[in-house]
Structures are given as structure tokens and as C-alpha cells.
Design a protein around this ligand. Structure first.
Ligand SMILES: Nc1ncnc2c1ncn2[C@@H]1O[C@H](COP(=O)(O)OP(=O)(O)OP(=O)(O)O)[C@@H](O)[C@H]1O
Length: 576
């Protein structure tokens, strides 16, 4: 039921087109059934008239037959157009909805979800859902409407025969499909689960190939993938076999229904209660009406895979409600001037985590200030950045901008972040830098690289800014990638500059020089430096020592260095 409500909800905004598709499906089905029934009636009537030597008006039935044939062909064509159009719109809207719901929750909002699994949900599962309307909703609704119309018409001619047809349709439309659906549930779920697991393992195989080779685990990993592939194929084979059984069952049912109608109707013809042409009409009506319920077998069968896919896609959309809301940014902000940012007693937990990552953290970032967050690994430094960027939402406490509590992510409008593990786009150095400043010229890019400590690296590249990096390009060390991210942040005009471990991979002297340059040249910007190294901290206005999500000590670095406290111990590399 939940699946049905979910699927019906997907048609929102597309209901008129979907209803038109259904109406056309009903019309073309009825035209096909009428074509068969009128033909049977016409041939029998003509044969009887011929045998009796009586005159017979062929014009009305033949034009009816021609009309039905045209209606059936035209209706089918238009139905295909309408239903496919509705399907493509549905899947387009669904993909956009899922993506928009996911975007703000990545990278932290989907705990335990492997990227391969996510890819499977965004690929195969969404593809399965696109069949919901075409393969399940339209055939089911059409079968109901057409079946009711056929039985009602049959009832007006011979109630007993109509009851036989109704029984046959129920058997073919409910009994047989329900049986197949029950049998198809397991293979359907198994196929979805195996396809998803296969993707997860394939992604691991591709991304972790070096580790797998180093531990001689490639063959084992490959064997596991072979096993999953066999499971997938076995589930698909079983599903196909059941599909074929469904089609064969529906055809056999049509023939049986024809005979059953003749058996029940013949005595009525003999006693004169029913005209022979009408019996022929009803027999063909029974045979042809099976067409309406035939697709239900595969519809019910597809239900297993569909229910599994909708269960897997629904949680992605749950983010609509639970993920961070769009940042609340005042309409007229000057994005060149940093606001006064303050974190007030923020308590925060990662989705699904038991422990608090920030535990009552208070931090002040006045405009133009240079603030450092220091502390051991896991103390919560990068979490502060994720909070400012709006990826995470505080459990309690507040993020304040210019003294006003705001919803999470509002500070992101002013941010320029050089993250700890930056993502490099596949493309040139220029393309990677242009992400932050599409209009920056070559001189500005070279200058930013120089400031970030990448001047020598860039000068040593024969193709300079056109050097290809990222996936398939030139490999960069972790430190180089991080400094490229610093150059990118410097090129952007966000006045709230956040540098997460920018000196990693540099020797202390080079790191000191780079930080010194940044801090003296980037005037006017607020700088939040995140580090677990002591280099350059004496250049900061303010440092906060973090441990387990709490500030142990904060203040002017020169004052704190002279005091026997956490900061002094941190400088002495004994941590707190
Ligand atoms: N995605 C996540 N899901 C759950 N817990 C997380 C996640 N990321 C970090 N944590 C936890 O939150 C706490 C703070 O992590 P954070 O990355 O902010 O530390 P850090 O001080 O930046 O560490 P490092 O110096 O190693 O980068 C740690 O206990 C960490 O295990």
C-alpha cells in the first residue's frame, strides 16, 4: 500500500497526461475487443442468413468493423505516445527530486550508504520505478475499466454468460497474477539486491584496485563478484520463466473462456433464449477480453522489483524533510564583506552517530579576524567547517551571523573553503581553478597558485595551466591537491576563507612562508585556519584548542603560549 501511495505520488504534476494515456489505452482495448466480437457476430449472422437464403445488411457491421480497426490502430499509437511521454516526464521529475533532496545531505547525510549502492539506487532502481506507470498502473486500471465494461455489456445480453466471463477475467486478472506475484517476489527482490551488491563490489574493485593487488585479494574479490553475478542471473532467469508462464497462462485462459461461453450459451440458443450471432459475439468477447487482463501477470510480477526499488529510493527522498533546509540568506547581502560569525554553545552529532562531534562549542569569528582551530585528530575541527557549509545541523546551540541566529548553512554564502580532502575535477588545472572564479585570467590563476605554495609546481609543468589532472590526468600528491584547493579558494571572492590543513605535505619552513604570505596579503577576509600542527600559529589573532568537540582553551596565541595550559602543551607537541 505504501508503495502504491508512493507511486501514485510520483505522478503529481503529470496527472492529466497520465490520465489521457490511460483513457487511450482503454479506448484501444475496447476497440480491439469490439472488433473481434462484431466480427464473430457478423460472420455468424451472415452465414445463417446465407443458409436461410435471406437478405443481410452488410454495410452497418462492416463499417463498424472498419471503424473499430481504425480506432484500435490510432488509439494504440496515441496511447504509446501519451504513456511514454508521461513515463519520461515522471522519471525526469523523479530524478530531479531525488537529486535535489540528496544534494544538501551529501556528504554526511547518508550514513552507511556505499557510493556503489547509491549509484544502484540512482540508476537501476529509478529505472525500475519508471516502469511503474507503464507496466503496473496503466494495465491495472485499464483492466479494471475494460473488464467492467465487457461484463456489463455481456450482462445485458445473457447474464449467465457474463458471469462466466467475469469469472474468467477474475481468474486471469487476479488469481493467476497473484500467484505469479507471490512467486516473483523473491526473485524480484533478489535481483535488485544482487545488482546493487554487484555495483558496490565493482566500485570497490575499481577504486581499491591498488590495495586489493597489494594484499593479493584481487582474485578473491573477483570470485565474490562472479558469485553475485550468478545470483543475479539466476534471479533474472527465474523472473523470465515466470513471465513466460504468465503469458502462456493468459493465452490458454482465452481459449478456455471461449469454450466455456459456447458451452453455457449453446443450450440457450437451442431453446431460443439467445440468438446464435449473439452467442458468437459473446464467445469472441470472452476471448478478446483476456487481452485486457493479460498484462496484469507481468504487472503483478514486476511488483516485487518495484516494491523493492521504491523501498530503496524512498529513504533518499526522506531528505526532503529531514535534511538541512536551504540556507536562509538575507535577500540583500554584500558577499564581499564577511559577516560576524559566531557559534554559540553548538552541540552536534553526525547522522547515525552515537557520540557528539561538537559538544557545546562556542567560537567567535569577527570580520577580518585570523582564527585558528587546533587540536588532535578527531577533535571536531573539520566538523566546524561542515557546519558552516550547511552540511550538518546543530542539535542545540546556534550559528549567528551579525548577532542574528540563522538556520544552518547561511554562512555558506560567504565561504571560500579549501577542504582537507578536496575533490579534483577531471580536466585541466585551469578548469579546476575556474570553478571558483570562471572569469579569472591566467595571471590571477598563476598568482593564486604562487600564494598557495604551488608556484614551483606549476612552473615545472610543460603545459602549465592546461595540464590535465584528476581522474585520468596527472596524479597529484595529497598535499599538492590541497594547495590547489587553497589556490581555488583564494581565487573565489568569498570573504570567509577556511583553510583546512593547508600545510599538510609541506616542510615547516615552506608552510610558515605560505601561511605568512596568506595572512598578510589576504587582508579584509576573515581567515579560519584548521590545523593540528603548530606552524604559523603565532601569526593568528586568536586560537581555540579543541578536544572531543569542546574548546579547552582559547585566546591570543602569544598569551596562551606563555601559560602552562593546553595550548602550550599543544605547541610542545604533547597534545592535550
Ligand atoms: N561522516 C562522519 N560520520 C560520523 N562521525 C564522523 C564523521 N566524520 C567525522 N566524524 C567523527 O566526528 C568527530 C570529529 O571529526 P572531525 O573530522 O571534525 O575531526 P578533526 O579534528 O577534523 O580530525 P582530523 O584532524 O583528523 O581531520 C570524530 O570523532 C569523528 O570520528
Amino acid at each position: 500500500m505504501r508503495t502504491l501511495i508512493f507511486l501514485a505520488g510520483l505522478l503529481k504534476g503529470n496527472r492529466r497526461r497520465a490520465a489521457a494515456g490511460l483513457a487511450l489505452a482503454v479506448v484501444s482495448m475496447l476497440a480491439n475487443i469490439a472488433l473481434m466480437a462484431v466480427s464473430g457476430w457478423f460472420l455468424t449472422g451472415m452465414a445463417l442468413a446465407g443458409a436461410a437464403g435471406a437478405a443481410y445488411n452488410v454495410f452497418l457491421p462492416s463499417s463498424l468493423i472498419r471503424g473499430c480497426a481504425i480506432l484500435r490502430t490510432g488509439g494504440r499509437y496515441l496511447e504509446r505516445l501519451a504513456t511514454h511521454e508521461a513515463t519520461f516526464r515522471l522519471i525526469g521529475a523523479l530524478r530531479a527530486r531525488v537529486f535535489l533532496a540528496l544534494a544538501p545531505r551529501l556528504p554526511f547525510g547518508l550514513p552507511g550508504l556505499h557510493s556503489g549502492d547509491l549509484a544502484a539506487r540512482l540508476g537501476g532502481d529509478l529505472d525500475s520505478l519508471q516502469r511503474a506507470y507503464l507496466q503496473v498502473l496503466v494495465p491495472s486500471a485499464a483492466a479494471l475499466l475494460v473488464g467492467a465494461a465487457v461484463v456489463a455489456y455481456g450482462w445485458s445480453l445473457a447474464p449467465a454468460i457474463a458471469a462466466v466471463i467475469a469469472g474468467g477475467l477474475l481468474l486471469g486478472g487476479v488469481g493467476l497474477p497473484a500467484l505469479l506475484a507471490l512467486a516473483g517476489r523473491r526473485p524480484g527482490r533478489e535481483a535488485v539486491a544482487a545488482a546493487s551488491a554487484l555495483r558496490v563490489w565493482a566500485v570497490d574493485m575499481a577504486e581499491g584496485r591498488e590495495e586489493l593487488a597489494a594484499f593479493a585479494a584481487t582474485d578473491r574479490h573477483g570470485a565474490r563478484m562472479d558469485g553475485l553475478q550468478s545470483r543475479l542471473e539466476a534471479a533474472q532467469r527465474r523472473a523470465t520463466r515466470q513471465d513466460a508462464l504468465g503469458v502462456a497462462g493468459a493465452q490458454a485462459l482465452g481459449s478456455l473462456l471461449l469454450w466455456a461461453v459456447l458451452l453455457v450459451g449453446a443450450p440457450q440458443v437451442v431453446v431460443g433464449a439467445l440468438a446464435a450471432p449473439d452467442l458468437a459475439l459473446l464467445a469472441f468477447l470472452g476471448l478478446a477480453s483476456v487481452e485486457a487482463v493479460g498484462p496484469l501477470a507481468s504487472a503483478f510480477q514486476a511488483w516485487g522489483a518495484l516494491a523493492a526499488a521504491s523501498e530503496r529510493v524512498r529513504p533518499l527522498l526522506d531528505g526532503d524533510a529531514s535534511g538541512p533546509a536551504a540556507a536562509e540568506v538575507p535577500a540583500a547581502v554584500d558577499r564581499r564583506a564577511a559577516p560576524h560569525v559566531r557559534l554559540e554553545a553548538v552541540r552536534l552529532r553526525y547522522p547515525g552517530a552515537a557520540a557528539l562531534a561538537l559538544d557545546g562549542l562556542t567560537l567567535d569569528l569577527p570580520p577580518g579576524s585570523r582564527v585558528a582551530l587546533v587540536g588532535p585528530s578527531g577533535s571536531g575541527k573539520s566538523t566546524v567547517v561542515a557546519l558552516l557549509a550547511g552540511f550538518l545541523r546543530p542539535e542545540s546551540g546556534a550559528l549567528e551571523l551579525d548577532g542574528r541566529p540563522v538556520r544552518d548553512g547561511a554562512a555558506a554564502a560567504w565561504l571560500a573553503v579549501a577542504p582537507q580532502t578536496p575533490h579534483l575535477l577531471a580536466g585541466s588545472v585551469r578548469r579546476n581553478l575556474a570553478v571558483a572564479a570562471p572569469d579569472a585570467d591566467e595571471a590571477a590563476m598563476v598568482e593564486a597558485c604562487g600564494k598557495a605554495g604551488l608556484g614551483g609546481w606549476l612552473a615545472g609543468l610543460p603545459d602549465g595551466l592546461e595540464t590535465m589532472i584528476g581522474a585520468g590526468g596527472r596524479p597529484m600528491s595529497g598535499g599538492e591537491a590541497r594547495r590547489l584547493a587553497v589556490a581555488r579558494a583564494l581565487l573565489g571572492d568569498g570573504p570567509l576563507l577556511v583553510l583546512d590543513e593547508p600545510g599538510e605535505g609541506l616542510d615547516p619552513a615552506t608552510e610558515q612562508a605560505m601561511l605568512g604570505r596568506l595572512l598578510t596579503e589576504e587582508t579584509g577576509r576573515t581567515i579560519l585556519l584548521i590545523t593540528h600542527r603548530p606552524t604559523g600559529l603565532e601569526l593568528m589573532d586568536h586560537v581555540a584548542v579543541l578536544d572531543r568537540g569542546r574548546v579547552l582553551e582559547q585566546g591570543d596565541p602569544r598569551t596562551l603560549a606563555g601559560r602552562d595550559g593546553p595550548f602550550r602543551r599543544f605547541l610542545e607537541r604533547s597534545f592535550v
